[in-house]
Design a protein around this ligand. Structure first.
Ligand code: SF4
Ligand code: SF4
Ligand code: SF4
Length: 356
């Protein structure tokens, strides 16, 4: 028996926002977008049961996954409880616009970990994250955060780092701290053609500045959880990274689209990468096409082979690789960042190892 991780898109590419850097919107163009049907949920859960996972992790994403409605989630969760004896954890990534007490209570009841998208303060968030009328969503997202907090739901903030805000992460850092947000995940905007993606220089500036802010607070006993830094420190403490983009090889998880189609990665939900559907006989057995996708990430550039930071970086995410999927286009940013922060990261790791 093996663990199974499913990333499910119950509302496909439907979204009540219109962010300028949205990569998923373009991936869904021309598709029949709609909410996952009961028939597809039933088929998916039947196949999960037959797979007999040792544990199940279900992450809901979009588009905007709350557009599927609370009834969808009640049906899905009841189906999981009835069909899957393995321990199951749920997560959901949302833009927060629909979050109210009913949603929050559903999340809390089933132990969901929520990722709430908010790029920073009002001006920062308004820059690229707006609704279809071009209006600000800042107040609605802050209300959602308040609701989640009040109803006892665990959540972290997902903040997209783009070419604009990367150079002034201090402003965003201060805002999140003042707002009481202590679990942060920064997501570099790599969507080429969006006009806002990160240059390697900007990415380097962001990595350095965010580390300085994190480290200063850590030294004062004010620990803020930042996913990529937690992972680096964890690696130095001998732990495996929990983020596949930091593992050096692609993870074997499945993305299930609303129509039941399966893909090997959220960034590769395109027809040429489709690895099956939940209606196949054994959809969660990693087949030849899926294996080939994963194996392509095994390629290691010769510069990486002799790089002293390889144990931390591992060549990065396949999505960032160029030249036959070997060379990371942010290599220089990573090299300089690790050179800048390595000693301090190692000191934190050593200090934490002594206290565990
Ligand atoms: S909220 Fe997410 S899915 Fe919706 S437009 Fe913005 S980035 Fe895209
Ligand atoms: S492309 Fe990146 S995010 Fe996707 S599975 Fe591979 S390492 Fe993970
Ligand atoms: S920093 Fe560059 S050379 Fe070193 S492992 Fe990362 S991508 Fe490879």
């Amino acid at each position: 028996m093996r663990p199974l991780t499913l990333l499910i898109k119950p509302a496909a590419g439907l979204c009540n926002m219109n962010c300028r850097y949205c990569f998923y919107r373009s991936a869904c163009e021309g598709r029949d977008n709609g909410v996952m049907s009961r028939r597809t949920v039933d088929a998916l859960l039947r196949k999960v049961r037959e797979y007999r996972p040792s544990s199940l992790t279900v992450l809901f994403q979009g588009g905007e996954p709350t557009l599927a409605g609370t009834d969808f989630y009640r049906y899905f969760i009841a189906g999981v409880r009835a069909a899957v004896p393995a321990p199951t954890s749920f997560g959901l990534q949302t833009n927060g616009l629909l979050i109210d007490d009913e949603w929050a209570d559903l999340f809390r009841e089933h132990g969901f970990l929520i990722g709430l998208s908010l790029d920073g303060d009002r001006a920062t968030n308004d820059r690229y994250r707006r609704d279809h009328r071009g209006e600000s969503v800042f107040d609605r997202v802050m209300n959602a955060a308040g609701t989640l907090e009040r109803r006892g739901v665990e959540f972290n903030i997902l903040s997209v780092i783009d070419g604009e805000n990367a150079g002034d992460i201090e402003r965003t850092w201060r805002f999140f701290k003042e707002s009481g947000f202590r679990f942060l995940q920064f997501i570099p905007c790599l969507e080429e053609g969006s006009g806002v993606s990160l240059s390697p220089q900007r990415y380097e500036a962001f990595l350095k500045q965010s580390f300085d802010l994190w480290y200063d607070d850590w030294r004062k006993g004010d620990y803020i959880s930042v996913r990529h830094i937690d992972n680096y420190v964890g690696i130095l403490m001998g732990r495996p990274p929990e983020n596949c983009a930091m593992c050096g090889v692609c993870g074997s998880y499945f993305v299930a689209e609303a129509n039941g189609d399966l893909y090997p990665c959220d960034f590769y939900c395109k027809e040429e990468y489709r690895v099956g559907t939940v209606f196949d006989a054994t959809p969660f057995a990693v087949g030849e096409k899926h294996r080939a996708f994963i194996e392509q990430s095994y390629l290691i550039h010769e510069r990486c082979r002799s790089c002293r930071y390889y144990p931390l970086c591992r060549g990065g995410c396949r999505r960032d690789r160029i030249n036959g999927l070997t060379e990371n286009r942010y290599c220089e940013a990573y090299t300089r960042f690790f050179g800048y922060a390595f000693d301090r990261m190692a000191a934190v790791a050593e200090s934490l190892s002594g206290t565990l």
